[in-house]
Design a protein around this ligand. Structure first.
Ligand code: ZN
Length: 255
C-alpha cells in the first residue's frame, strides 16, 4: 500500500492557485495525499468548503479568519456560516495573532478578540485549530491554554526553544515546511520537537527559494518529508508513517 503524505497546512483556495487548480485537483484525486486546507476570511472559507466537495476525503476543509483579515471581517457573518456548515467542516483555521498585521495596539486587541472568539467556536464545535503565531508565540500559547481544545497545531513553528518546550508540554502539534530543507534554525526546532507532535506542511502558495520561488504545491511534500527524515533519523517511509499517525491524532480521526 502506498504511503499517505499529509499537508497539514495549505491554502488551496488562494487565487494564486486558480490557474493550475484543475490540474492540482486531477492530481490529488489520483494521489495518496491528504490536505488540511486553510482559509483566510469568509470568502475563502466558502471556497475551501466548495473545494472539499470535489475532493472528498483528500481535502479536509479548515475555515477561519486569519489575523491578516481580522480588522475588516464581520465575525457575526462568519459565525452564521460556521453554524450552518459545521458538519462539513473539519477544523478552524487559519486563526491566530501577528503584530506585523496590526498598526497599533487597538488593532492588535481586535486581532486578539477575533482569535479568542474563534477558539470559543472550536471549543464548542470540538474541532481542531490551525494557528498562525509568527512573532506572537507567547501570547498565542497563553491564550490557547485557557481553552479546552481537541487538537492544536502551531503551524510553521518559529518560536524559541523555551516556547517550543511550552508547546510540547501542552501536547500542541507543530508543523514544518520547506524551510527545514535549507534553514538551520528550522531544522534545530524540528530536531528538538517531540517526534509524536510533528506534522508536515507546505503553506502553499507561499514561495520558497529552494523551489525556484514558485507557489508551493502539494507535490513539494515528499521533499519536506525527506528533509524531516534526515533530522529525526528515521527512513522516509517511517517518517511518513509517523507524520500520518500524528496527523490522525491531531485531527481526532483516522486519515
Ligand atoms: Zn497559512
Amino acid at each position: 500500500m502506498a504511503i499517505k503524505l499529509v499537508d497539514a497546512h495549505i491554502h488551496l483556495s488562494d487565487p494564486d492557485f486558480d490557474k493550475e487548480l484543475s490540474y492540482i485537483i486531477a492530481f490529488l484525486k489520483n494521489s495518496n495525499m491528504i490536505l488540511l486546507s486553510n482559509s483566510m476570511d469568509l470568502e475563502s472559507s466558502i471556497k475551501t468548503l466548495e473545494l472539499s466537495k470535489s475532493l472528498q476525503g483528500k481535502l479536509l476543509p479548515f475555515v477561519g479568519i486569519h489575523p491578516w483579515s481580522a480588522q475588516n471581517e464581520n465575525l457575526e457573518n462568519f459565525e452564521v456560516f460556521l453554524n450552518k456548515e459545521k458538519n462539513l467542516i473539519n477544523g478552524i483555521g487559519e486563526i491566530g495573532l501577528d503584530r506585523k498585521y496590526a498598526q497599533n495596539e487597538e488593532a492588535y486587541k481586535r486581532q486578539v478578540s477575533v482569535f479568542e472568539k474563534q477558539l470559543e467556536f472550536a471549543e464548542k464545535l470540538e474541532k481542531p485549530v490551525s494557528i498562525h503565531s509568527r512573532g506572537s508565540q507567547k501570547d498565542v500559547i497563553d491564550i490557547v491554554s485557557s481553552f479546552e481544545l481537541k487538537g492544536v497545531l502551531l503551524h510553521w513553528f518559529s518560536g524559541d526553544y523555551q516556547q517550543l518546550n511550552r508547546a510540547m508540554d501542552k501536547d500542541y502539534y507543530v508543523s514544518f515546511g520547506p524551510t527545514i530543507i535549507y534553514s538551520k534554525r528550522s531544522r534545530d526546532l524540528a530536531e528538538r520537537a517531540s517526534k509524536d507532535l510533528i506534522l508536515t506542511e507546505t503553506d502553499g502558495p507561499v514561495r520558497y527559494a529552494c523551489f525556484d520561488n514558485k507557489p508551493a504545491l502539494p507535490t513539494f511534500l515528499p521533499s519536506v518529508v525527506f528533509a524531516l527524515s534526515s533530522i529525526i533519523k528515521l527512513n522516509f517511509y517511517e517518517t511518513a508513517e509517523l507524520v500520518l499517525k500524528n496527523s490522525s491524532s491531531y485531527m481526532n480521526m483516522k486519515l
